[in-house]
Design a protein. Structure first.
Ligand code: NAP
Length: 362
């Protein structure tokens, strides 16, 4: 098995390359500096040169807000997520190389109450979601041997700004933060890397498993419950935060476009087909918080060195969990707030009235 990884510098790409290195899988990582997805001739050359048994694409344009805000970003979003994927799919189709492509729960409109299955009708409501959906469609048309893996919001130590903002705001505003009232299933990028490797190994055994699959961590949560879990974890390493935690009040803001109400996915099919079980997000949150506080400096993943240049985290703009215009600071407040219970448990907080608010965003 030899894997060619496009998007090796993304948070998911880095986790994947780390895992492949640990497992001694033969792979070639490609970042934008190596090959720009938008330069088709370079893409063809790179694929031919690497001659992989499978191609994995986790490259993306993922800034939802910018894609809505200006025409140039919208165009780039379409180019990377649709045209870029079409180009890759065409090469794979022509050369008979199986292609695994990572997509997003934002192909749905978020109106469903339950988790989304692969059979649910897609109806993207934002530019990013549309571009991912068109990318999926092109892949289905161009390459018979394809796997589309949709996930919900990802987090990792490479994308910790959301958590840092949250902690800073909570301390700065004496326990008052505000988040969007959405339901999602945040998933450690390292867990998705595990899933991708699991699929790749079965494809390598000639399993005929082409199609679309969903994966995210167990148990969808509302963003306030997720935020509370992260803050409680952080408070274990932060005296100032620990002090304000008894006054924690999480205000809930309405979900506004381009974000959607519910982005959690049903993972029955991936379990039935590949035997891939959903994991808890808890250990991923603990690991990320410990990394933020420098508690666990050398995780096994951090020790491995994939052949990928690591860019500063701040340089990466991301698909973010729903936030109020992606900024901390005053925002049109709604009604609900949540008061923290005793630390440790991520149970849904009780409501109380609040004043100031904050909208964490990566
Ligand atoms: N983040 C989430 O919450 C989330 C949720 C659901 C699904 N997904 C999907 O998961 C995948 C990975 O997401 P992520 O958060 O790990 O992404 P990310 O960290 O935002 O990284 C995106 C990567 O795409 C690469 N890229 C952008 N334009 C490119 C181009 N023209 N040619 C080649 N590479 C290009 C960038 O490469 P450089 O750094 O080299 O510029 C960057 O490393 C995507 O398919 C995304 O849609 C993500």
């Amino acid at each position: 098995m030899k894997l060619l990884v496009f998007g090796a510098n993304s948070q998911l790409g880095r986790e994947l390359c780390t895992l492949l290195t640990e497992r001694e899988v033969d792979f070639v990582p490609l970042a934008t500096d190596d090959v720009d997805l938008l330069k088709h001739k370079e893409v063809v050359k790179a694929v031919t040169r690497a001659n992989p048994t499978q191609l994995i694409n986790v490259a993306t344009y993922a800034n939802l807000q910018k894609a809505e805000a200006d025409a140039e970003s919208a165009r780039l979003c379409d180019l990377v997520n649709t045209e870029g994927v079409t180009g890759l799919a065409r090469v794979c189709g022509q050369l008979g190389i199986p292609m695994l492509h990572h997509s997003s729960s934002y192909v749905f409109d978020g109106r469903k109450k339950e988790t989304y299955t692969e059979e649910d009708e897609t109806n993207p409501t934002c530019r990013y979601g549309q571009s991912k959906w068109y990318g999926e469609r092109a892949l289905r048309e161009e390459a018979e041997k394809h796997i589309i893996l949709r996930t919900d919001w990802l987090f990792s130590r490479y994308r910790s700004q959301y958590f840092q903002n949250l902690i800073d705001t909570c301390k700065g505003q004496k326990g008052r933060v505000s988040v969007v009232d959405n339901r999602f299933s945040p998933t450690p990028a390292s867990d998705v890397a595990r899933v991708i490797l699991g699929i790749a190994l079965q494809v390598d055994c000639n399993a005929s498993v082409w199609g679309t699959y969903h994966y995210n961590a167990m148990q969808p949560v509302n963003q306030d419950a997720f935020v509370q879990l992260a803050l409680e974890e952080a408070a274990k390493h932060d005296k100032r935060l620990e002090k304000v935690m008894p006054d924690l009040a999480i205000e809930l803001l309405p979900v506004e476009a381009p974000y959607i109400h519910n982005s959690a996915l049903n993972c029955t099919k991936i379990m039935a087909t590949f035997g891939i079980k959903q994991r808890s997000r808890g250990p991923g949150v603990v690991e990320l918080i410990e990394a933020l506080y420098g508690v666990r400096k050398k995780t096994p993943a951090a020790k491995a060195k994939p052949k990928v240049e690591v860019k500063p985290q701040a340089a990466v703009e991301a698909e973010a969990p729903p936030s109020k215009k992606g900024k901390a600071g005053p925002a049109a407040s709604r009604k609900k707030t949540a008061k923290a219970s005793s630390p440790r448990r991520a149970k849904r907080p009780a409501r109380k009235a609040a004043g100031q608010k904050q909208s964490p965003s990566p």
